[in-house]
Design a binder for this molecule. Structure first.
Ligand code: 464
Length: 308
């Protein structure tokens, strides 16, 4: 197919803005189909030395797209002009899951089981490919027109095989305050990602493994049921301190089965988190009583429970 150019699309509105990109809703003038196009300024990428990160994001999205899987935003094509890079991706009509959590306050057990289950299937697929997302959070869980999930933003993702000794996590602490957090040493690399779901190992300068995504799953399930993330504080630095000290508690009435699941995911030692290789992989996670009765094989085809 001929290489596309910006002139093949009508850019209709901004869908979201990131530190290195802006995502637009765009319509293909030949097919009238709508896409989300992520646009990055070449100069900004160069100045921030993000060329490798952008290249890795594209390669990882291409790898994900090699096998059929319903739970990810697809990368259809890329092109560039004199000053910008363009990534043409799936448009998720219903946007991020976060506003839905805020709209109803918190999800009921049935919705949490369904959406938590779809994220489990998405992580199982990613981890089978040796990909670590590293920035799973409600902002990166989009909803398509059928209200099924589409995971996005592989800007922080890594191939487990390429994961050299991580020197990125601790910088998150360095950026958050002048004094060094106990046991954390600021490094030159900058870690991209918000505080809420960052795992202890990413904060204490250990290599990121697939289990960092299982920690984030634990934070997500907590937040879906409680309406707020488990580690909360007035600033990022204090959130990091709570994370490394495993300082969190459950609101009264929190679903007891989900509480057991969250406890088994928010394990400080990544090799003890339900779902990791050392704990027998995804079988034991999918068999957890909280997911009892979930039709794992057909989850992406069933009608999602209404968010009320
Ligand atoms: N970093 C990235 O790669 N980011 C990406 C990548 C791909 C992508 C992406 C981001 C998308 C973002 C997006 C944002 C939105 C969106 C933005 C603003 C408002 C809405 C919206 O109103 N949705 C309707 C649902 N509302 C939501 C809140 C409750 C009431 C109903 C959607 C739709 N899709 C997208 O569709 N596809």
């Amino acid at each position: 197919a001929a290489k596309r150019t910006p002139n093949d699309f009508i850019f209709e509105r901004v869908l979201g803005e990131g530190s290195f990109s802006t995502v637009y809703l765009a319509r293909d003038i030949h097919t009238s189909k709508q896409y989300a196009i992520k646009v990055c300024e070449k100069l900004h990428i160069k100045r921030e030395k993000k060329e490798m990160s952008i290249k890795r994001e594209k390669e990882i999205m291409q790898l994900i797209g090699l096998y059929p899987n319903p739970f990810f935003v697809k990368l259809f094509c890329t092109f560039h002009d004199h000053s910008r890079l363009y990534f043409v991706m799936t448009y998720a009509k219903n946007g991020e899951i976060l506003p839905y959590i805020h709209k109803v306050g918190c999800f009921d057990a049935e919705c949490t089981k369904f959406y938590g289950g779809e994220v489990v299937l998405a992580l199982e697929y990613l981890h089978k490919l040796g990909i670590i997302h590293r920035d799973l959070k409600p902002e990166n869980i989009l909803l398509d027109e059928r209200m099924h999930i589409l995971i996005t933003d592989f800007g922080s993702a890594k191939m487990e095989a390429d994961q050299e000794r991580s020197t990125e996590g601790a910088a998150a602490v360095a950026g958050a305050g002048d004094e060094e957090a106990p046991g954390m040493r600021p490094r030159k690399n900058s870690f991209v990602g918000t505080a809420d779901y960052v795992s202890p190992e990413l904060l204490t300068n250990k290599p990121a493994k697939k289990s960092v995504d299982l920690w984030a799953l634990g934070c997500l399930i907590y937040q879906l049921l409680a309406g707020l993330p488990p580690f909360r504080a007035p600033n990022e630095y204090l959130i990091f301190q709570r994370i490394v000290k495993l300082e969190y508690s459950f609101p009264d009435g929190f679903n007891p089965t989900a509480k057991d699941l969250v406890h088994k995911l928010l394990e400080k030692d990544g090799s003890k988190r339900l779902g990791c290789d050392e704990m027998g992989g995804y079988g034991p996670l999918k068999a957890h009583p909280f997911f009892e009765g979930l039709d794992w094989e057909n989850l992406h085809t069933v009608k999602p429970p209404p968010i009320t």
